[in-house]
Design a binder for this molecule. Structure first.
Ligand SMILES: Cc1cc2nc3c(=O)[nH]c(=O)nc-3n(C[C@H](O)[C@H](O)[C@H](O)COP(=O)(O)OP(=O)(O)OC[C@H]3O[C@@H](n4cnc5c(N)ncnc54)[C@H](O)[C@@H]3O)c2cc1C
Length: 536
């Protein structure tokens, strides 16, 4: 049989990242051995899937000749585009199971081609799934089982920085550009967006905007929303384009409606985003505390002092031991300041004074004000581990392990009780479902009125039953979060997996009003059905 000609180059159809970086048998064996000793049990791994063994249902739709050149119906592209990177997605892909692949994947290279693909899919009555990097962890790019036809529109061909306004420090950028390519193009102009979600390598500007992604900045401008100046979006009813403005008080903000719309209102093709000059001045510190409570208290006081560190992340003792090499009894506060304009040493001094008043001990310090070469410490160890984490997850597949993360945000007054409730409910769920498990927490972002806690859990599952077991644990996590007053998601988005939590969190009248707006843009309700709303 002729080799399928691929439009997506290099990507693995099952693992996070490139095919060339799929884990080797030796890496998987060593990950399995480490897990077996961690959980005190025997673990037998399985081999990764091979594309030639994958069976997909036949495409139920054929693109017309006018679009065929930029559409694909081959196995690789349909498998790759059949889901994102949630835990169930990772497990299904590793097993070579692709239950609901799209029938056609379109790869427009221009906005006109994107409009043509949307018009054709829409007039064919196909569900339309906008697709950026496919890094959704909430089922945001998974075709719904009940759809009779599905066209996924992969926007990564729209990948150029089109215009740079150096005076206002902003750029007009096509929405399908992946993180590294975006930064490389901006570098030529000595500018940067500095939006670095952990999925930076394989996620896009458009995906960040519609999922309200949170990135590099741990305080102040945490979400991409703050960097969006204007948006251009194609919809079944025409073009939605907002005016470029540094701020506006003119009624409800059209940009804020697109931010968080998750492909249900249209396909974002371009945005003007606010940029910065590359930082020249940097200060970084790691401060150890005798537990999570004083570290959280230090973070609260630093953020309430309006010092606005770029980085202000708290790692609980479990997370500090696993990913930063601390003792297991200490929590770690990572503080970072950066600026393209002014030295940051005095801000760091103020932050460290607060941290030490709260009982912290400096265990790592680097930056312009620290003379001489500095050996890598806990902060570097944590950063490296953070960047490599998705690749480590690839190695853990096939052992029946259940590992996932979930995140929220809660006001400071409720934080300690929230954390207690989440840990109690999750601990119970892991014991009941899996017998045992680990749960760690870190603050990814902190606000003057509360932290954004991010929990990671790992427990041994039974190979073949991991997804069902995960569903029970995930349901317990979501219930605990909502019951304790937090948000169902601080930045992972709603997708299909968080709809129940979102429906409890957002006012009913607001959701009804949003559905009316969707109906006026998407009268046949074909844009990403099932995302944001269970009702179709
Ligand atoms: C390992 C890992 C780490 C992650 N870390 C972070 C993190 O640090 N911060 C964070 O915020 N998130 C994180 N995420 C979640 C995910 O990366 C974000 O939601 C990201 O913004 C999705 O971008 P994407 O381009 O991959 O979008 P996709 O996954 O392709 O799509 C996500 C949603 O957006 C829609 N969509 C995509 N592009 C467009 C477009 N141009 N127009 C209209 N709709 C569109 C899709 O239909 C879907 O509903 C992580 C995910 C993984 C797997």
């Amino acid at each position: 049989m002729a080799q399928e000609s691929r439009k997506t180059t290099g990507r693995s159809f099952w693992a996070w990242g490139l095919e060339a970086l799929e884990p080797t048998a030796a890496q998987m064996a060593s990950a399995g051995a480490a897990l077996a000793s961690r959980f005190g049990m025997k673990l037998t791994g399985q081999a990764p899937p091979r594309l030639q063994d994958v069976k997909l249902r036949r495409p139920r739709l054929k693109p017309p000749a006018t679009l065929a050149e930029f559409c694909a119906t081959g196995k690789f592209e349909r498998a790759l585009h059949s889901c994102g990177h949630s835990f169930p997605d990772r497990v299904s892909k590793f097993r070579g199971e692709f239950a609901t692949p799209p029938d056609v994947v379109a790869f427009p290279r221009t906005e006109d081609e994107a409009v043509a693909a949307l018009d054709w899919a829409y007039s064919s009555g196909a569900a339309v799934i906008p697709y950026g990097g496919g890094s959704s962890v909430v089922g945001g790019v998974t075709p719904p089982a009940e759809a009779e036809r599905v066209v996924t529109i992969d926007l990564t061909g729209l990948n150029r920085v089109l215009e740079v306004d150096r005076v206002s420090r902003a750029a007009r950028i096509q929405a399908g550009v992946l993180g590294p390519d975006l930064e490389a193009q901006l570098k030529a102009h000595q500018l940067t967006l500095r939006h670095f979600p952990q999925s930076f390598e394989f996620s896009t500007l458009g995906g960040w905007i519609v999922t309200r992604s949170a990135g590099h900045y741990a305080t102040n401008r945490t979400h991409i929303d703050e960097f969006v100046e204007s948006i251009r979006m194609i919809t079944p009813k025409g073009i939605w384009e907002s005016r470029r403005l540094p701020g506006s008080g003119a009624g409800p903000d059209p940009n804020r409606i697109v931010c968080g719309s998750e492909g249900t209102l249209g396909l974002v093709t371009e945005a003007w985003v606010r940029l910065q000059a590359k930082p020249r001045f940097r200060e970084s510190a790691g401060v150890a505390f005798a537990g999570l409570a004083p570290a959280a208290e230090a973070a609260r006081r630093i953020v309430q002092a309006n010092l606005w560190p770029a980085n202000c992340r708290v790692l609980d003792p479990g997370e500090s031991a696993t990913n930063a090499g601390l003792t297991g009894a200490q929590a770690l506060l990572v503080i970072g300041f950066e600026s393209s304009e002014v030295p940051q040493a005095s801000l760091m001094r103020d932050a460290l004074d607060i941290a030490m008043e709260t009982g912290g001990k400096i265990v790592d310090r680097a930056g312009d004000s620290v003379p001489g070469p500095v050996a890598p410490g806990p902060v570097d160890r944590w950063r490296t581990s953070f960047i490599q984490m998705p690749y480590r997850w690839n190695e853990l597949l096939g052992f029946g392990l259940i590992n996932d993360t979930f995140e929220s945000a809660i006001t400071w007054d409720r934080w300690p009780d929230f954390d207690k409730a989440v840990r109690a409910k999750l601990g119970r769920a892991m014991r009941e479902v899996a017998g045992k498990g680990d749960l760690n927490c870190r603050f990814t972002h902190v606000y003057p009125d509360g932290p954004a806690p991010y929990y990671s859990f790992t427990c041994p599952g039974r190979p073949g039953s991991e997804v069902g077991m995960w569903q029970e644990i995930k349901a317990a996590a979501s219930e605990a979060i909502i019951a304790a007053g937090g948000t169902i998601t601080h930045h992972h988005a709603v997708g299909r997996d968080h709809v129940a939590g979102y429906e409890q969190e957002a006012p009913e009248l607001f959701r009804a009003a949003f559905r009316s707006m969707k109906s006026s843009l998407d009268p046949s309700e074909l844009l990403n059905p099932g995302v944001l709303s269970g009702s179709r």
